[in-house]
Design a protein around this ligand. Structure first.
Ligand SMILES: *Cc1c(COP(=O)(O)O)cnc(C)c1O
Length: 855
């Protein structure tokens, strides 16, 4: 029997985190001890905390296995339409707690671990983040997997199993230093290698044409080894698969032909092939045209399409008409969503399979291909759009280049027939950009090869349709859609903020976790004094907890009663961390000018990684740290203002800082941030937003009412108008004395006395080539920040605004987003059918002998 529960533990019993039965606790403890013994081969005298983490992870994993097998068996038998989400990034973060929550095991595991005399939070901290992403795009893919499983869609995530994920960021003397992310060093208990499904991927070679068709020959082969990770839905017994490919050299690599004789060298050279899945490219919103990156993109595409077609052929729809597979139903059975243009080579690859291998006529193949693919655009920044040099593609994928040329020829013939004598239109719409290095415009390829193209927030989709791809939208307006991004409320509320999740459940019940629109019921409690106090209390507890974490990990002390003003996201000029920095300097100068004047205490927390090759972003990090150094050590400032650069911002750190935030900074130049998803996480966790009318901020304001956000600055139209007139930073500098003072301080070395010219590049940029117009929004930003401080003085009014924001956050569940993709693009129905749970690990699935092709 278990000991009696404490009050705190009893409170958790009403919880959405699962019901604790003495039975299940005892079973979990048995599982834990069994794994410690048989899997870790340790006893408790010699076990380390890491051993305990692995024993727990394996125990929880055991509860996934039966559900996983049954779900896949169910898909095999019922053959629903499959949804394939292709992405070069899956920014998953940690898996243990998320699995416990989605399986309803959290409370039972908490109790079991407690009874074993261990500390759950300490064990959870041992898990490495799966950092296979850069930022928003990769995290979106992870949230979508959670929602697709929760909605019962037969969905698969396909990507690359990078051996090294996003680098670990260290701050040394204020500078960013990168360290390799060796996340697999201790083993990964959540993945299962599937060598039996290994597939070949071809590169280089040449094309032979004959009456029988084209043949790609003399290629170099790399093997793609799949690793499967289970993706559990929330409390529905569905477990989908994320399949990540790892590159392996064939065993005869370099031994067959030219390298015969140097056996040792040939074995060493296996690395060349296996480098394909070595490391994630650390660029966020930036195109780097490297051969290895193109290899990665084709590698995931080629392996995935073979897998998809193998699965289709194994289904009853892949019926064979004597010898040939009939592909007519392929688009009804298969939807492939392209997460940005990164997997765009899937379009010519599917054409190659249909035409060269399956011998379908071009027109038939093209019709099937277009009906299969849909493309999500994630940015309109020109430096982020992929434009691969034709020469490189010709060398690496010669047959694909020919296919792209053929697609382009037919596409341009079509345009020319509709718009005779419009040569400029043909130039603008071509898949091939001429002049200088010839390049393939991958977005154009995706638009032409898909039946749906979507942006990721209303304002962004509008810009996609009316500005960036205007010609294409004129041609096929019905192709262009919006699918506003979302976040999963499981990780971004239940997991990271249990106090708030519980409090909400006490007021409106637990169903909101699956249907976040029910948060509107909280409007009823906006004037409920007790509820207001409880919401404020949860926030205060989260702030204290985060302050303790910073003190323990980084030896910095912050004041938990100050306003936590948080700006965490990748460091990028368009996200305007520099404007935040100018505001900090402005506050600093105001305190020094009049130290007796009331000042609402603030802790400004800025965090994010700079791409290692992005000089300006690295200078911004150095500047923030230099400003922090001065501000934090000025006795005149004392505890009124503190500046913290949060090292190594990543998913597991986001889970800590976001619930502790009072003020969320979302201050990109209007028209540059496609959606943002960080903004949504903060809103759901009870922070107020200071932001521009950009990305999903616009819809957050629409949902909550503009009066419940701190909206400031230029709208998209204002930015366009300013561009037309010509932006002159000097004008603002001359007119605004506080801006002048702050900029002069940076310029004169006030923050870098040993190196007065350190920030010359930054200042020079701000004056002469600031594409994101920091000075133009500075005044409105500072004035808006004054309003923020004023409201913060009135704790009750602040918290009421927080409640109105939480109540309005329902739209931003990724469940809502995925339902829209399902309805408008994939044409599938969410299923609330619960696959029956397995009683025992040994069950029906093992009793019969399937033909072995289901997975
Ligand atoms: C959500 C998230 C992002 C995206 O944040 P934005 O503010 O939308 O750019 C980036 N990194 C991590 C770790 C995240 O969790």
């Amino acid at each position: 029997m278990s000991r009696p529960l404490s009050d705190q533990e009893r409170r958790k019993q009403i919880s959405i985190r699962g019901i604790v039965g003495a039975e299940s606790v005892a079973e979990l403890k048995r599982g834990f001890n069994r794994h410690l013994h048989f899997t870790l081969v340790k006893d408790r005298n010699v076990a380390t905390p890491r051993d305990y983490y692995f024993a727990l992870a394996h125990t929880v994993r055991d509860h996934l296995v039966g559900r996983w097998i049954r779900t896949q068996q169910y898909y095999y038998e019922k053959d629903p339409k499959r949804i394939y989400y292709l992405s070069l990034e899956f920014y998953m973060g940690r898996t243990l707690q998320n699995t416990m929550i989605n399986l309803g095991l959290q409370n039972a595991c908490d109790e079991a671990v407690y009874q074993l005399g261990l500390d759950m939070e300490e064990l959870e901290e041992i898990e490495e983040d799966a950092g296979l992403g850069n930022g928003g795009l990769g995290r979106l893919a992870a949230c979508f997997l959670d929602s697709m499983a929760t909605l019962g869609l037969a969905a698969y995530g396909y990507g690359i199993r990078y051996e090294y994920g996003i680098f670990n960021q260290k701050i040394r003397d204020g500078w960013q230093v990168e360290e390799a992310d060796d996340w697999l060093r201790h083993g990964n208990p959540w993945e299962k290698a599937r060598p039996e499904y290994m597939l070949p991927v071809h590169f280089y070679g040449r094309v032979e044409h004959s009456p029988a068709g084209a043949k790609w020959v003399d290629t170099q082969v790399v093997l793609a080894l799949p690793y499967d990770t289970p993706v559990p839905g929330y409390m529905n017994n569905t477990v989908n698969t994320m399949r990540l490919w790892s590159a392996r050299a064939p065993n005869d690599f370099n031994l067959r032909d030219f390298n015969v004789g140097d056996y040792i060298q040939a074995v060493l050279d296996r690395n060349l092939a296996e480098n394909i899945s070595r490391v994630l490219y650390p660029n966020d919103n930036f195109f780097e045209g490297k051969e290895l990156r193109l290899k990665q993109e084709y590698f995931v595409v080629a392996a995935t399409l073979q897998d998809i077609i193998r699965r289709f052929k194994a289904s009853k729809f892949g019926s064979t008409d004597t010898v040939r597979t009939v592909f007519d139903s392929f688009p009804d059975q298969v939807a492939i969503q392209l997460n940005d243009t990164h997997p765009a080579m899937a379009i010519p690859e599917l054409m190659r399979i249909f035409v060269d291998i399956e011998k379908l006529p071009w027109d038939k193949a093209w019709d099937l291909t277009k009906r299969t693919f849909a493309y999500t655009n994630h940015t309109v920044l020109p430096e982020a759009l992929e434009r691969w040099p034709v020469d490189l593609v010709e060398k690496l994928l010669p047959r694909h280049l020919q296919i792209i040329y053929e697609i382009n020829q037919r596409h341009l013939d079509h345009i020319a027939s509709l718009f005779p004598n419009d040569v400029d239109r043909l130039r603008r719409m071509s898949l091939i950009e001429e002049g200088g290095t010839k390049r393939i415009n991958m977005a154009h390829l995706c638009i032409v090869g898909s039946h749906a193209v979507n942006g990721v927030a209303k304002i962004h989709s509008e810009i996609v349709k009316t500005q960036v791809f205007e010609d294409f939208a004129e041609l096929e307006p019905e192709k262009f859609q919006n699918k506003t991004n979302g976040i999963t409320p499981r990780r971004w509320l239940l997991l990271c903020n249990p106090g708030l999740a519980e409090l909400i459940a006490e007021k409106i019940g637990e169903d909101y976790v699956r249907d976040l629109s029910q948060l509107t019921k909280l409007h009823e409690f906006v004037d409920d004094d007790l509820f207001i106090r409880e919401v404020a209390k949860v926030k205060q507890e989260n702030k204290v907890k985060f302050a303790l974490y910073l003190e323990k990990e980084y030896k910095v002390k912050i004041n938990p009663s100050s306003m936590f003003d948080v700006h965490v996201k990748r460091i990028h000029e368009y996200k305007r961390q520099l404007m935040n920095c100018l505001h900090i300097i402005t506050m600093y100068n105001r305190i020094r000018r009049d130290p007796t004047k009331l000042f609402v205490p603030r802790t400004v927390i800025i965090g994010g990684k700079a791409a290692p090759g992005y000089h300006m972003a690295k200078m911004i990090i150095k500047l923030i740290n230099a400003v922090a150094q001065v501000v934090n050590n000025d006795p005149m400032v004392g505890s009124k203002l503190k500046v913290i650069f949060l090292e190594n911002y990543r998913v597991s750190l986001a889970e800590k800082v976001i619930p502790a935030t009072d003020l969320s900074e979302q201050i990109s130049t209007a028209g540059t941030e496609a959606s943002g998803t960080g903004n949504m996480k903060f809103m759901l966790n009870g922070a107020l937003t200071i932001g521009t009318m950009d990305g999903a901020n616009v819809e957050m304001a629409e949902e909550a009412g503009e009066e419940n956000l701190f909206i400031f600055g230029m709208r998209v139209e204002d930015v366009t108008e300013l561009d037309r007139k010509g932006y002159d930073a000097q004008l603002y500098y001359d007119r605004l004395p506080e801006l002048k003072q702050a900029v002069d301080q940076i310029k004169s070395g006030f923050f870098s006395p040993k190196e007065p010219n350190l920030f010359n590049d930054v200042v020079n940029m701000l004056f002469h080539h600031d594409r994101f117009k920091v000075f133009a929004d500075y005044e409105a930003y500072v004035k808006c920040q004054e309003k923020v401080s004023e409201l913060y003085l009135n704790s009750k009014a602040w918290t009421k605004m927080v409640i109105r924001n939480i109540a309005a956050a329902g739209k931003f569940s990724s469940d809502r987003t995925i339902k829209e993709y399902a309805r408008d693009i994939w044409h599938v129905e969410p299923s609330d059918l619960k696959i029956p749970p397995p009683n025992e690990p040994r069950d029906a699935a093992q009793d019969k002998t399937p033909n072995g092709t289901a997975a």
